[in-house]
Design a protein around this ligand. Structure first.
Ligand SMILES: [Zn+2]
Length: 302
């Protein structure tokens, strides 16, 4: 594997004869500079809109900033040793395996990453931002026991969002599993949450109720991006449908939001039926990280 440093990029640019605006860096193109790049000091490489870059099978020692409008494509084995700052577009192709102790910093939005390959490095999320009482982290709407929603949020749609609806329909079509949605198992308004929470408190006591029922305004179901699939009982995880859902829903843009081994972090019991839509690229990143959403976004749950 060859190393990529700022010096190597400059030489690659200077020796490029194709005249196109894209810089391709792969093992072959760097053969002539591998000697000099070994001893050079890592510097910052900038990927601008005028200079899209493709890196294939390389070690990256430098920090790289993808500016707004810039595009960096990663292919094959990539050892990331420097940090990668994503303000423009990062494309991780299907063949890519990104590893190493470098960090990918999402500056604005997770939508800036199009991930189809394997990302094994740490991903650093931006700080939470509050807009009209709604919290977003890198464009991801966040709802948990700490971050809630305004009373009227979601009332204008009053249903799960089309992207989640499409994902469930696609999973159904591909598997033949029923994946039914009962009343209130998709979108759940603030008023409905209030009713159920009071009901659980009366029948089971507050201390128990808070472990499985959200305080009003704190249910992810109010986002329209979450759904309880088929049956809200623990043994759903052992059914063929439940097993398939756990193993495959990320391919459709969803995650199991409250995993079995993350109860202490999410504050919720294991819910093998509760999926959250994030979009295909982000769902893959979260799934591959082995983290729950709070860990992935580096936010508190309570
Ligand atoms: Zn749920």
């Amino acid at each position: 594997m060859k190393k990529i440093t700022a010096a190597a990029v400059i030489i690659a640019l200077m020796t490029s004869l194709c005249g196109c605006s894209e810089t391709n860096l792969n093992s072959d193109s760097l053969l002539s500079v591998s000697g000099s790049s070994e001893n050079s000091t890592p510097e910052n490489i900038t990927v601008s809109s005028a200079n899209p870059m493709v890196i294939t099978d390389n070690e990256i020692d430098s920090d790289i900033t993808i500016e707004k409008g810039g595009v960096l494509t990663l292919n094959g084995d990539i050892e990331l040793r420097g940090d990668l700052y994503v303000e423009g577009k990062l494309e991780v192709s299907e063949s890519a395996i990104i590893f190493g102790d470098g960090v990918i910093h999402v500056v604005n939005s997770f939508d800036d990453i199009d991930c189809k390959g394997a990302v094994k490095v740490k991903i650093d999320a931006p700080e939470p931002v509050e807009i009209d009482g709604v919290t977003y982290v890198g464009g991801i709407l966040l709802v948990n026991k700490k971050y809630g929603l305004p009373r009227d949020f979601g009332e204008d749609i009053g249903d799960i969002r089309p992207e989640l609806k499409n994902a469930i329909e696609q999973m159904r079509a591909d598997t033949g599993f029923g994946m039914t949605l009962r009343e209130f198992s998709g979108y759940r308004s603030y008023a409905t949450q209030e009713w159920w929470f009071n009901y659980y408190c009366e029948t089971d006591g507050y201390d128990n109720a808070v472990t499985y029922s959200a305080l009003p305004g704190h249910s992810e179901h109010q986002t329209g991006l979450a759904a309880d699939i088929t049956r809200t009982e623990l043994d759903y995880a052992d059914t063929p449908e439940g097993k398939w859902l756990a193993a495959n829903c990320w391919k459709y843009g969803c995650i199991i939001r409250y995993p079995e081994d993350k109860v202490d972090i999410t504050g919720y019991i294991y819910e093998p039926w509760h999926i959250r839509y994030l979009g295909k690229s982000t769902a893959k990143l979260v799934h591959d990280s082995g983290l729950c959403l709070e860990e992935f976004l580096e936010v508190d749950s309570v």
